[in-house]
Design a protein around this ligand. Structure first.
Ligand SMILES: *[C@@H]1O[C@H](CO)[C@@H](O)[C@H](O)[C@H]1NC(C)=O
Ligand SMILES: *[C@@H]1O[C@H](CO)[C@@H](O)[C@H](O)[C@H]1NC(C)=O
Length: 337
């Protein structure tokens, strides 16, 4: 049985795009202490105070008795005024699950960059050079979906020649699973394929074609699973429904990288800083959304980026900056660490 994997970026702002009808069964968070939480029996009061507005939470929520994804409304009442911290939820905080520190390595998944041999100037990795014995899964990035025919398609000609080189690593590590990652930013960025995932989701006829070509692609390339890399199902013109998706996917990949980058510069509340692209406090906050919705933590893959990001700093004296894992190893190996 093939496993399906959905890649989600969970940031608080994106909740605002959720379609209301999907969340009829959401339970209300009880919180008697705060009259600004989204709780019954007084949705009118919330609407009057400008909270849980349709503008902030998506169509139809102004009359609802709970916010989408069990988040809370805030006393501030502006667009995006929903969240999971005490500012929003008063005393009703979610308890994050704890583990004993021995379970984290049940799945160790590496993404193989199919185009690295063609595009990178250094630090290239041929399929046969992938380190074995570390990963339980290797996901080959990426295959695409043809936007007109909805057949699975190689990302480009060269990348399309490398699937079997990766799956043949299974001969050297029989426990290894190799999955195909479909999508990625290249497919989701503005361009011909931008709406392809949505077009696929909206049409059973398109899905029939896609799944048929997918299955024969997987069989002929000895692939074990599929990682649907839809970035991001919650964006403005797309739907996102973690609760109803739950039965159909197995692991959930949480993108705990690219949280920050040069794009922060145009966000007023963040500003121009060379922040690390990941941040544990912010990851914990994003994960609260899952705990609120009773997602089993054993299903979560925490995804980290091992690449660096480049910033042009305003001054040579700046102490901000980030190194990639390769940079760090290079410094240590050269004895400069
Ligand atoms: C919310 O309720 C008000 C008052 O009953 C009604 O006029 C309005 O159309 C409702 N809004 C939605 C989105 O259902
Ligand atoms: C991580 O995020 C928190 C909350 O936004 C912030 O206070 C903290 O400074 C960040 N840490 C780093 C290393 O950027």
């Amino acid at each position: 049985m093939m496993e399906l994997l959905i890649l989600f970026l969970l940031v608080i702002q994106l909740i605002t795009q959720i379609s209301a009808s999907q969340y009829q069964s959401i339970q209300v968070l009880a919180n008697a202490d705060n009259d600004y939480t989204c709780s019954p029996p007084n949705p009118a009061r919330l609407a009057a105070a400008g909270q849980c507005t349709d503008k902030a939470t998506g169509k139809g929520w102004s009359n609802a008795t709970a916010c989408p994804l069990k988040v809370c409304c805030s006393k501030f009442g502006f667009v995006y005024a929903i969240g999971t911290t005490s500012d929003f939820c008063g005393g009703t905080m979610v308890i994050s699950p704890q583990c004993d520190g021995t379970t984290a390595h049940q799945r160790t998944i590496g993404y193989y960059e199919g185009w690295n041999l063609d595009q990178r100037l250094c630090d290239k990795m041929a399929p046969e050079d992938a380190r074995l014995g570390i990963y339980t899964h290797i996901n080959f990035a990426f295959a695409l979906i043809n936007p007109t025919t909805f057949r699975i398609a190689p990302m480009d000609q060269n990348t399309g020649t490398r699937y079997q080189s990766i799956t043949s690593l299974k001969n050297r590590q029989p426990s290894l699973k190799v999955w195909i990652a479909i999508g990625g930013w290249a497919m989701n960025d503005p361009g011909a394929t931008r709406t392809t995932f949505s077009d696929l989701a909206a049409s059973e006829a398109n899905q029939d074609i896609f799944f048929e070509t997918l299955v024969s692609f997987m069989l002929s390339n000895r692939l074990d699973g599929v990682d649907l890399d839809w970035e991001y199902p919650a964006a403005a013109d797309r739907g996102f429904d973690i609760i109803n998706l739950k039965p159909y996917v197995d692991p959930l990949n949480i993108m705990a990288y690219n949280i920050h980058g040069a794009w922060d510069g145009s966000v007023e509340s963040l500003g121009k800083h060379a922040l690390a692209h990941t941040n544990l406090s912010e990851i914990n906050l994003a994960l609260e959304l899952l705990w609120r919705n009773i997602i089993n933590p054993a299903r979560i893959n925490l995804c980290l980026g091992f690449y660096g990001r480049i910033f042009t700093l305003a001054s040579r004296d700046s102490t901000e900056g980030v190194l990639s894992a390769t940079d760090v190893y290079g410094v240590v190996e050269n004895g400069n660490g």
